[in-house]
Design a protein. Structure first.
Length: 301
């Protein structure tokens, strides 16, 4: 299979997509709808056939798919799958964009691996679910990090399925941004579960309680901006409304209420314990933000 040729009158870049699961299929359909020539490959060939019917070229193997286009996008199960799929592919002169979910360390290692094989590398963190891809008003976007040149060259093409946010030349930064946001989401979901558990046995309809919960969480979200400013300045005491001592005292009420309601406090106790430790180090008049330093392991510089 030879490289797709680009008509000089046509700026729609040809690309290859490895992986046609739910996310990969959504990405491919967005590029096809925008007129990009797309070559696809999937380990289970039958999963790529519907895209073939929609205009994509279905490659019989990953190496052939990579040979078809200079821009190669990978959206597979995990980092090991990426290595296996590309094991026999010639990456010389290719721009490899990895949208497979992974860790920052995996992104950096995969970048070195790709560069040693002659490719420029971008790692990506997809902040969307498949139905949001290709829908301009959905709010979907993808973090990218790695080769500045590769991003600059392909920015328009990469922006077709979802908005793009380039976060730096360090190839681990896309995954780091992705996981940091998902970790915050995980903590929020933990709080939502605990809140619903508290009312579960009472004559309070969850559907009536939910709007209050959504409104409250929305009102609290800007606190992240305050925390960022405090971390930048190192000043955790100026303009504090509810200091650490007050919040630790308040946590006692939260835990006591959980006990009264017969609800496990396992989703609250780690955070409560962290704040108690920070209070014990003499930060009672400060905001809670400084407790972030308790989470930094001494064995990680």
């Amino acid at each position: 299979m030879t490289d797709n040729l680009v008509d000089p009158r046509d700026s729609r870049t040809p690309l290859t997509l490895l992986g046609t699961g739910a996310m990969g299929t959504a990405l491919a359909r967005a590029w096809l709808a925008a007129g990009h020539p797309v070559t696809v490959w999937n380990r289970t060939p039958a999963r790529a056939e519907p895209l073939g019917a929609e205009g994509a070229t279905v490659a019989p193997d990953a190496a052939g798919a990579v040979a078809a286009s200079r821009l190669v996008v990978v959206c597979l199960l995990d980092d090991a799958s990426v290595g296996e799929a590309l094991e026999h592919a010639d990456l010389t002169g290719r721009d490899l964009v990895n949208l497979t979910t992974g860790t920052p360390a995996q992104g950096r290692a995969r970048a070195a691996w790709a560069e040693a094989r002659g490719a420029r590398f971008l790692d990506g963190g997809v902040m969307a679910v498949p139905p949001m891809i290709g829908a301009p008003e959905s709010g979907a976007y993808v973090f990218y990090s790695g080769s500045p040149g590769a991003f600059e060259e392909h920015a328009d093409t990469l922006a077709v399925p979802a908005d793009t946010r380039y976060v730096g030349a360090d190839p681990g930064f896309a995954a780091l941004h992705d996981v940091a946001l998902l970790s915050a989401m995980s903590g929020m979901f933990a709080g939502v579960l605990h809140a619903f558990a508290l009312i579960r046995r009472e004559d309070i309809a969850p559907k009536d309680f939910a709007p209050l919960l959504v409104s409250w969480l929305g009102a609290m979200a800007p606190a992240a901006q305050t925390a960022a400013e405090q971390l930048e300045s190192g000043d955790f005491a100026t303009g504090v409304v509810s200091n650490l001592a007050m919040q630790v005292a308040g946590n006692a009420t939260l835990l006591a209420t959980a006990e009264e309601q017969g609800v496990s406090a396992e989703l609250l106790t780690p955070y409560a314990a962290l704040l108690e430790r920070w209070l014990g180090e003499g930060h009672g008049d400060e905001d809670t933000t400084g407790a972030v330093d308790l989470l930094l392991r001494a064995d990680r510089s």
